[in-house]
Write a protein that binds this ligand. Structure first.
Ligand code: FAD
Length: 551
């Protein structure tokens, strides 16, 4: 049994088996619950976390390491899983198949090196742990014979140096989103990387997964921001300095970006930073249809309108946005619908948020140019109120998932990216796959989609799906696995990438070869063997897949 209590520490306590911090919540509105019930039917509450139901097997003996090894049951349990839906289902359902045998927290890159050497010599698996927000099974302990250490980077944190002239900052890899922004804001700067998991995820995790923030249009993705880094592997260290650009052979930073803990532990990252903009403002517009919205997004990006954020929701997502929070007052949604009908728009239309950052004049000019483009595509402006609310609440939205599960509604997300010419068909294919995946069980799925990371040549598609969650953990996980397999097959068949920003992890690994080819896998495996000859680092993530969505 897991003892009550926790590993302590300052600040708000993280919740186990749920998103975020103790005391925080984000409840679905009655309108949203009614909308979901109409689509998927009534459901019974899923079990809540009960520590007494979670068994912690006796840890296997480990070699002596240069740092303290925590064998505390709650600490091990906290590091057993990430934040994917099945991780929460398993924790709440009291059925976690494996725990790390210990958690270690190195204080320096030298300690990381000694831990890796010690573990390699003893055949101990090592899972690098940043914020544990992986939604692809990237930090999950897979049952197996070899012992497992979770290597938590929480102590490798903080701003190490700042080159204001070059706008470069060096941080420890374990630094979280809020800590990075706090350190930079004191100096009038920002990184501008705001994934929805910003409050809990870390710089090392962002690099390891090639993460993308909600303002990627203005600030770029993590692979644009990471200028240099240090990787510590069982077989040595790679220190890749920051250059504005370099023709000195293939860019090895890009071998580390997206390596998901398979090649080594990222201990330090140099990031490109920007002056903190005095103003960030987002305006909302309703487009007559999804296709009008896609055309408008493409026009904005290809005309290089200087926005930092574009987010286009399809009709179902627009309806839920209205139901959750575009307004908590149904009469406002009614008023909007009346206005749309007057302009000949049937249904909800498609909500689009466009954000700009800078001084008052820069923001005004960017939003004026945006309005002109959107009007040409039939857009109806809703002002800046919805955007203000979205910016204020964006990091609270993940709490909604737990509140829905309390009511027996499971929700998960998946994402991809493709060239513009394939985006509409791919969106339809994945929607259809998700909507019909549970037909054999006579179950319905509600599916929402948005575009939130547009580029000149294409865009990411982000799907949110809801289904009735069986109260039995294994049946719930199996239902999710059916949806995940069906949707991933549709993504691959439709010419989308396996992931735009969540990464491959262990759950997408079975499809990785289809994306990069046999030779691509051999090249990456050779790099892994060079850096980690005994294969102790995060086995089965990215490479050497085992089909284990249900684990
Ligand atoms: C609610 C929610 C919202 C999310 N929103 C976004 C989003 O907007 N954009 C986005 O890109 N992702 C998002 N994610 C996914 C997740 O937050 C990202 O993948 C994030 O980059 C993971 O960071 P982390 O520090 O939590 O890494 P972890 O989850 O701890 O690890 C992720 C992977 O990286 C490896 N790793 C971690 N740190 C290191 C290191 N220092 N060295 C080597 N390997 C390491 C791990 O072994 C694992 O394979 C979201 C997840 C959730 C649950």
């Amino acid at each position: 049994m897991i003892p009550r209590g926790g590993s302590g520490g300052a600040g708000p306590r993280r919740r186990l088996g749920a998103w975020g911090f103790e005391g925080e919540t984000y409840l679905p509105s009655p309108q949203m619950l009614a909308w979901l019930q109409r689509r998927i039917g009534a459901s019974s509450p899923y079990p809540t976390l009960d520590l007494a139901r979670l068994a912690a097997p006796t840890p296997q003996p480990l070699p002596s390491l240069p740092v303290e090894q925590s064998a505390d049951a709650l600490d091990r349990l906290t590091h057993a899983r990430g934040q994917g839906l099945t991780d929460l289902l398993r924790l709440r359902g009291g059925a976690v198949p494996a725990l790390p045998d210990a958690v270690v927290r190195p204080q320096s890159a030298a300690e990381v090196e000694s831990i890796l050497r010690g573990c390699a010599a003893a055949g101990v698996r090592v899972i690098p742990w940043g914020g544990g927000t992986s939604v692809t099974g990237g930090v999950n302990v897979i049952p197996g014979a070899a012992p497992v250490v979770s290597l938590d980077l929480a102590a490798l944190t903080g701003l190490q140096s700042l080159d204001e002239t070059s706008q470069l900052a060096v941080f420890g890899a374990g630094t979280s989103g809020p800590a990075i922004e706090a350190a930079l804001r004191e100096r009038g700067c920002t990184l501008g990387h705001f994934p929805q998991s910003w409050e809990l995820s870390t710089l090392g995790g962002w690099v390891a997964t090639r993460a993308s923030g909600q303002e990627s249009l203005g600030y770029g993705d993590m692979h644009h921001m990471a200028a240099g880094l240090e990787l510590v592997a069982p077989n040595g260290r790679m220190d890749l300095p920051a250059f504005p650009s370099s023709a000195a052979g293939p860019d090895l930073r890009h071998l580390v970006l997206g390596s998901e803990g398979r090649l080594g532990v990222i201990t330090r990252v140099t990031v490109r930073i920007r002056p903190l903009p005095p103003l960030v403002r987002a305006a909302a517009t309703l487009l007559p249809s999804w296709q009008d919205g896609l055309d408008a997004v493409r026009a904005l990006v290809q005309q290089a309108v200087p926005l930092t954020l574009i987010r286009l929701s399809d009709e179902p997502e627009t309806e839920t946005a209205m139901a959750i929070g575009l307004s908590r007052h149904p009469w406002v949604a009614g008023l909007v619908r009346g206005g749309l009908r007057l302009r000949g728009i049937r249904g909800s239309g498609c909500l689009m948020l466009c954000g700009a950052a800078g001084d008052e004049r820069q923001v005004r000019e960017a939003l004026e140019r945006t309005t002109a483009v959107l009007r040409a595509h039939g857009g109806v402006g809703l002002g800046t109120g919805p955007g203000r609310r979205w910016l204020a609440e964006r990091f609270r939205h993940p709490y909604l998932r737990d509140a829905l599960l309390d009511r027996g509604i499971a929700t998960d997300t998946l994402e991809t990216a493709a060239p513009w010419s394939r985006v509409p068909q791919l969106a339809d294919d994945v929607r259809r796959a998700l909507s019909s995946a549970l037909a054999g069980e006579n179950e319905a799925t509600a599916v929402l989609c948005h575009v939130s990371h547009p580029y000149r040549d294409g865009a990411s598609l982000y799907f949110t799906f809801f289904f009735r969650c069986p109260t039995d953990v294994e049946r719930a996980v199996a239902r999710w696995a059916t949806l995940k397999r069906t949707a991933t097959a549709a993504i691959v068949a439709g010419g989308g990438t396996l992931s735009h920003h969540h990464g491959v992890g262990s759950w997408h690994a079975p499809w990785f070869k289809e994306e990069v080819g046999e030779v691509g896998v051999r090249v990456l495996s050779a790099a892994a063997r060079t850096l980690d000859p005994t294969g102790i680092l995060n086995p089965h993530v990215l490479l050497d897949p085992i089909d284990r969505l249900e684990v």
